[in-house]
Design a protein around this ligand. Sequence first.
Ligand code: AMP
Length: 427
Amino acid sequence: MSSKIKFQTPSGMHDILEEDFVYFDKILDAVKEIANFYHFQRIETPILENAEIFIRGIGLNTDVVEKEMFVFKTKGGDVLTLRPEGTAPIARAFIQHSMQNLPQPVKLWYFGPFFRYERPQLGRHRQFWQFGFETVGEKDPILDAQIIQIFYSILQELKISPVVVKINSIGDRFCRPYYKKVLKSYLISKKESLCADCRRRIVQNPLRVLDCKEEKCQRIVAEAPNILDYLCEECKKHFKEVLEALEELKLPYQLDSKLVRGLDYYTKTVFEIVEESEKGKALGALVGGGRYDGLIKSLGGKETPAVGGAGGVERIVALLKDKFPHLAKKGKKPILFFAQLGPLAKKKALVLLETFRKEKIPVFESLGKDSLKAQLRLASKVNAKYALILGQKEVIEGNIILRDMMTGTQEIIPLEKLIKVIKNKIK
Ligand code: AMP
């Protein structure tokens, strides 16, 4: 028995079609414009990295490393992974290219695909695109505010609103261990009421219990000790200055002491930006980021403070599609349609189309069609204003017919004058 094979994209992965690229490009343009203004330099790290970078950087007991990495062994025995996020590879690149010798801070941006083995659902894919901004080499809290403001401005440029910045400080290596201890003993006292995942997290990564989505855990967490009460003087001062800068910028922010983010490398500031419509909330955070002063050292570099974040392209595209559905349909309107009749004209068409390309005159064509009627039907369908018709006779005589698609009137133009005539018509 023969069964029909129907290949599909792997679960949680999708093709990006022309109608999606309208939105992808809109986001890329907004990102590029802001990156250029603030003098961030573009970087693209490999899709594959040594898995150890993420194990050390993000942390062994995080969801990303524990459950979500696509890891495999190469024929040479290296353990590589499809990159699940962009910050650890940038830290690797910073060390590898001795960027500590450049004037600090080093400001980098990227736009590319990332991979996490998550349960596919709205706003959650296994291959998704992120754009990111990283300011590496300085510890001033103003830079945390600038990174947040950059993401906020991109969303504003894209007319995504209303959005709110959720922000927290998770302390540093001096004050966080004590908070962890206090939190741990609180959670142990409530252990029986937590979900199975959180019971496990108490030992391995108690901070993660704070952002568990289970209702019963949230009830326990609502009464948990607040991390902001346990910050050391240095972290308190840093956080205060970040908030003051956000106020100066008039960015709408909400303190969220339960925001811890999933990755171990964060220190001090962590933030997310959420769109506040029902759909926005269902999609989850559009942007996430924070300060990571310990990451570069943990990957073998010098102690280097840094702050950054990443925005999720698919989530923003989903909102843009709702807000601006006409964008996908717009496309580029051709003014000219090139129709050919007969084998001689078909061959000549290739040469003429190249001339149009070099002169930067956009033209539609359908070289695979032989019937003139079918070609003119297509010209009407794509709303071309003029059709150029090249037949056997025209090729031999060195002419071409120019047809006004609205009125149906036609004129014969010598080929050597064609470009000049067309340029006048489409001016
Ligand atoms: P993160 O690296 O987890 O901080 O994610 C930064 C942003 O990337 C999030 O705020 C989302 O917008 C987006 N993102 C993260 N994971 C996914 C995913 N699995 N599918 C789609 N977008 C994602």
